[in-house]
Design a protein around this ligand. Structure first.
Ligand code: HMG
Ligand code: MG
Length: 302
């Protein structure tokens, strides 16, 4: 079995991580987090989203965050844009990449973005075209690729169908997301394989939530079939407001620890990453939701 020699991680903590926090997180803390992630060597950061502030109040400070960050050279910032209104707002803030986000399940599409899968693609098409015309990269997040909080198990065929629609409107790369963290290794591989019918391996990433503690196993399963792009949240932050009970993404610290052990290059400094996670967890008044981070912090203290 040969695993990829290098992995690229998008830290989605500032967006996927913080979007679901009940307590307001000041823009200054988000900016500081992004600064610390850059200092830790992250080269891709999902910074915010341009969605309705009535739906997701925590992301209402998108302009403030994007205009407050320093941009180190070589670091790319992505942002979520569900429609043209979101794209036009994002354009002012010069993201490197925009993310349209659809779902493999109809019910989740309705709950999350208030439209059917087919309607979502109609909304995304002009966003993707406008981004490409403006020289901005495009990514498609595919939610509920294994299970849906409303529909239960999701068949790989539905994932393949959505990936095909994303491809048809010109989305350059896609994320296979296990939104509610119910995936297990073989099922996640099937969702990825269905996506590989439309995208090559370099344009598919794994996005695993850790609700049932399977996210690291799923990451390894994805590595085994050649995936080398992943999304994770520093300190295991997060959850989706429209996926009740789902916890955060797999912690970036845990993924980096595993990859280090496998001899896979990430360019990320684990100690500085732990510092970033400790910083934001302190802001939120809790411990990092990462076994690796807690172990390293305990070791430092003792
Ligand atoms: P809608 O109500 O169908 O939209 O919402 P609408 O076009 O009918 O407009 C209704 C109101 O929203 C209007 O305002 C619009 O101006 C406003 P009003 O006249 O009532 O004052 N509006 C907007 N405001 C700001 N930015 C916009 C925007 N669009 C319309 N872009 C919409 C559709 C998508 C906007 C709404 O459903 C929404 O904001 N949903 C939130 C979705 C979200 O952010 N979910 C969490 C992120 S996805 C996720 O976490 C999963 C992921 O991590 C992968 C995984 O794990 O699965 C990516
Ligand atoms: Mg997510």
């Amino acid at each position: 079995m040969s695993l990829p020699t290098q992995v690229r991680i998008i830290d989605v903590g500032p967006r996927d991580g913080l979007q679901n926090e009940k307590q307001p997180v000041p823009a200054a803390a988000k900016i500081e987090l992004i600064e610390r992630l850059q200092a830790a060597g992250l080269t891709e950061i999902e910074a915010t989203s341009y969605v309705s502030p009535k739906w997701v109040p925590q992301m209402a400070d998108n302009h403030e965050v994007m205009s407050g960050i320093t941009r180190r050279s070589g670091v790319r910032f992505s942002v979520l844009t569900p429609n043209m209104k979101g794209f036009e707002a994002a354009l002012q803030d010069r993201p490197h990449e925009i993310v349209v986000f659809g779902a493999a399940s109809e019910a989740f599409s309705q709950k999350n973005i208030n439209c059917s899968i087919a309607e979502s693609i109609e909304r995304f098409a002009p966003v993707v075209a406008a981004a490409r015309a403006a020289g901005i990269a495009t990514r498609g997040a595919m939610s509920c690729t294994v299970g849906c909080p409303y529909e239960g198990d999701v068949a790989p065929e539905k994932v393949g169908y959505l990936a095909g629609l994303m491809k048809a409107i010109g989305v350059e790369r896609v994320d296979v997301a296990d939104t509610i963290g119910v995936g297990t290794p073989r099922r996640v591989q099937q969702a990825i394989e269905a996506t590989l019918a439309h995208y090559d391996i370099d344009h598919v990433s794994g996005h695993f939530h850790d609700t049932y503690g399977q996210a690291l196993a799923n990451t390894l399963a994805a590595l085994e079939i050649g995936v080398w792009n992943f999304q994770s949240s520093v300190a295991g932050l997060g959850g989706c407001p429209y996926a009740k009970g789902a916890t955060g993404n797999v912690a970036t610290e845990d993924v980096v620890f595993m990859l280090n052990g496998l001899g896979i290059e990430t360019g990320i400094d684990l100690d500085r990453l732990v510092d970033a996670g400790a910083f934001i967890s302190g802001e939120l008044g809790r411990k990092p939701n990462s076994r690796t981070a807690v172990a390293i912090l305990n070791k430092r203290a003792g």
